[in-house]
Ligand binder design. Structure first.
Ligand code: SAM
Length: 316
């Protein structure tokens, strides 16, 4: 770790303790299942602690994530280890990161004796590169990432995973349903988030998860999204062009309800005639709204824009 980074408070491989138990669905409304009750948990809202208690869904998420048991798994937000348990049953190496010291200690004590391939790391996932976290288990890329993510930091976590180098080859995350829809986008429903993901990978909406599948139930519905990493950034973007490209896309989504020609005139300050020429060169309807443009459309618009205004997107 380089100086100045927060110190990880603890991280260890297996140590002996009791056999792991499984989650159970035997609770009344609003009540913790026996499995979690026995652990004496008090979920911390501030850390987005809504624990998944549906065994079938846990198994479905783990199966969607782990396709090859020899590929190391980085789990984000292990909590009491219910998803971790499904992952360690399917993969040889799992690095489970959890910010809550009590929960990481609990999961380590509960699962490590039975699963020597598990390493529980007590850390803030945003403070470290995935490769540093994997190194805690002596593991190396390629790797996959999976998590029932804390909703309050879903987007920074997804961005960190996608932009990390090396990045996970496959990501499976449980997120708020509305965020899942924005991540996946689709014709007429693209978003700044879907564009940010599609530059690096191919997102797929896997399945819905009802609030009743969690304890305590969140106020929102949830869904599982998978992202398959592309070998190279899409539409021919490079390390040099990605930042200026996103400069344009961010400007485009700054006023999502407006038509593109109005947005670009307002955001760039260029003459309307010049902007209409750029849109025509890119083959984009000036009356389109940003959510109607596919990644390929944005790619053409970007190239036409820098051809017309070579210094406009110079973000250095
Ligand atoms: N994986 C468990 C499950 O499926 O029941 C817990 C999921 S819960 C929605 C999210 C977990 O992420 C919580 O245990 C929370 O403490 C943890 N968490 C929150 N912020 C975190 C961060 N910055 N780094 C690592 N873990 C974090």
């Amino acid at each position: 770790m380089s100086p100045g980074q927060p110190q990880r408070r603890s991280s260890s491989k297996a140590s002996k303790s009791s056999k792991a138990s499984r989650p159970a669905r035997d609770a009344g409304p609003g009540e913790a299942p026996v499995f979690l009750r026995k652990l004496g948990l008090r979920p911390r809202k501030s850390l987005g602690q809504h624990f998944l208690v549906d065994e079938m869904l846990l198994a479905d998420i783990a199966s969607a994530a782990v396709r090859d048991r020899t590929v190391p798994v980085l789990e984000i937000g292990a909590g009491p280890g219910v998803l971790t348990q499904e992952l360690v049953a399917r993969a040889d190496t799992v690095v489970a990161v959890e910010i809550d010291e009590d929960l990481s200690a609990l999961t380590r004590a509960r699962l490590s004796p039975e699963y020597p391939g598990l390493t529980v790391v007590n850390a803030d996932v945003l403070d470290f590169e995935p490769v540093e976290l994997l190194a805690e288990a002596g593991a190396e890329p390629p790797f996959i990432a999976v998590g029932n993510l804390p909703y309050y930091i879903t987007q920074p976590i997804v961005r960190k995973l996608l932009e990390s180098d090396p990045a996970p080859e496959h990501i499976v995350v449980l997120v708020q349903r509305e965020v899942a829809q924005r991540m996946v986008g689709g014709p007429g429903k693209e978003s700044l988030l879907s564009m940010s993901i599609k530059v690096y990978g191919e997102p797929r909406y896997l399945f819905d998860v009802p609030a009743t599948a969690f304890w305590p139930p969140p106020k929102v519905q949830s869904a599982v999204v998978a992202i398959d990493r592309l070998p190279e950034p899409a539409i021919g973007l490079t390390a040099e062009t990605i930042e200026p490209f996103f400069h344009l896309v961010r400007a485009g989504f700054a006023q999502p309800r407006k038509q593109l020609h109005n947005i670009l005139v307002e955001e760039s300050g260029y003459e309307r005639g010049a902007i209409l020429d750029v849109l025509a060169a890119a083959g984009i309807d000036p009356a389109a709204r940003p959510q109607h443009l596919s990644l390929e459309d944005w790619g053409r618009l970007f190239r036409a824009f820098i051809a017309a205004f070579p210094d406009a997107l110079d973000v250095r």
